[in-house]
Ligand binder design. Structure first.
Ligand SMILES: Cc1cc2nc3c(=O)[nH]c(=O)nc-3n(C[C@H](O)[C@H](O)[C@H](O)COP(=O)(O)OP(=O)(O)OC[C@H]3O[C@@H](n4cnc5c(N)ncnc54)[C@H](O)[C@@H]3O)c2cc1C
Length: 390
């Protein structure tokens, strides 16, 4: 049995995977580059099958207690007048702040952590993988799983350079803390100029607020770990624009040490495993924040990967193959983000006019509601892996 498993990355996918593997009797180690679990980020959605996963983990009642109460998106003009509102409330979905979800996952996960560290080299043979860490002494594991996000190191070491797998989707975005008085409670308020969006996220039952920035661009060259450089990039794009509340939002964002910036990108891979090494979460299939599905895919994917390993009695060849087959259709569906991007950030003034006009139609909210109800109804129950397949 492949008993000892290293998971690289201690976020939603990595912790959920560690939780399930431990429950099935595997021994896990989570190596995380940050000095502690990272608590930043906005609201993320626990929806559809991910609700089932959270229920089976015993955290769903806490997720509901900590849920935000955001109603939808509000588009405003430069004098802060709402020109359209889109209701996004979804009865099949619970939104929770990303940091709260990470903390809940940590509470129910019994794993060894290696913080402030990462993998430097992976050498696999017939019996396992010899892992060279940046800090800790080298160790052997039976299997290694990369849960280290869109810029995954495990993917680079075991599958090849990032450029082969990450598709740039023509935009960059940033999230950061904001002054809560700038937003309306229970709404994500967005202000657009062509190819750019500034916004503020306000849940009515949380003290914090989050600023959003997004801009359309050709690919830029920058270090994806250099926060000062990220702040400079956002500052360059937005500092000259005094419209709406851009200046105040920018001031609080640039002062925030948890400032989070990235390219709007998607990870597209034909396979999520190579021998004894596999990927889960954004490292394998990042659909981008524009999908609103990062947490859902991570929770369901981790559940399926751990479950398939348990069902195959640790045989990674069978388990990794089945994991890919059963999880792929959901990933393919969630990677269709075109309409979401067009709504959030119209390319032209004409596009914004059309978006606002359509968003004002009551029909839009009705269609959105119907679509969410149909999706909820079409969600099949996940297998219960405690009872292995015959
Ligand atoms: C700080 C932060 C804030 C975020 N905010 C939002 C948000 O507001 N909205 C949204 O939709 N999505 C956000 N995301 C992304 C979201 O968490 C993911 O899309 C989704 O939940 C899938 O999670 P994941 O575990 O696959 O990847 P991620 O959440 O990206 O986590 C990857 C983890 O791996 C760690 N890591 C990276 N490289 C290495 C390495 N080489 N060695 C060891 N550890 C490594 C990272 O520190 C991180 O903890 C955020 C991610 C982070 C890390």
């Amino acid at each position: 049995m492949n008993e000892r498993i290293l998971i690289c990355g201690g976020s939603i996918a990595g912790l959920a995977l560690a939780h399930w593997l431990t429950r099935y009797g595997f021994r896990t180690t989570v190596v995380e580059r940050a000095p502690a679990l990272r608590t930043g980020g906005n609201g993320v959605d626990v929806r559809a099958q991910a609700v089932e996963v959270a229920e089976r983990m015993g955290i769903m009642s806490r997720v509901r207690e900590l849920a935000t109460d955001v109603r939808g998106m509000k588009f405003v003009d430069s004098s802060d007048r709402a020109v359209a509102r889109v209701d996004t409330l979804d009865p099949a979905s619970v939104e929770i702040m990303r940091g709260d979800l990470v903390a809940l996952l940590d509470e129910v996960t019994d794993t060894e952590y290696l913080f402030n560290d990462s993998v430097r080299r992976l050498e696999q043979d017939d019996d396992g993988v010899l892992v060279t860490f940046e800090q800790a002494p080298a160790r052997r594991f039976h299997l290694v799983v990369g849960a280290d996000g869109m810029h995954s190191t495990v993917r680079r070491l075991a599958f090849g350079p990032e450029e082969r797998f990450v598709r740039f989707k023509d935009h960059y975005f940033a999230f950061a803390n904001a002054d809560a008085s700038l937003g309306e409670d229970r709404w994500v308020t967005m202000f657009n100029t062509p190819g750019r969006m500034t916004g503020i996220y306000r849940s009515g039952n949380h003290a914090q607020a989050k600023a959003y920035f997004m801009f359309r661009s050709v690919p830029l060259k920058y270090d994806h770990r250099d926060v000062a450089e990220h702040k400079r990039l956002i500052g360059e794009r937005f500092a000259g624009d005094g419209a709406w509340r851009i200046r105040e939002l920018l001031d609080s964002a640039l002062a925030d040490p948890e400032f989070y910036f990235d390219a709007l990108g998607q990870v597209r891979m034909t396979s999520w495993h190579n021998g004894r090494i596999a990927l889960v979460g954004d490292a394998a299939w990042c659909a981008s924040p524009a999908s609103g599905a990062g947490a859902e895919l991570a929770l369901v994917g981790a559940y399926r990967l751990a479950g398939e390993l348990a069902a195959a009695d640790g045989d990674h060849r069978t388990a990794f193959r089945r994991y890919h087959t059963v999880h792929r259709p959901l990933v393919d569906r969630k990677q269709q983000i075109g309409p979401n991007v067009r709504i959030m950030i119209p390319k032209t003034a004409g596009g914004r006019f059309v978006r606002d006009a359509v968003a004002r139609l009551p029909l839009m909210n009705a269609i959105g509601g119907l679509d969410r109800r149909l999706q909820a109804r079409n969600t099949a129950s996940l297998p219960d892996y405690r009872h292995p397949r015959p």
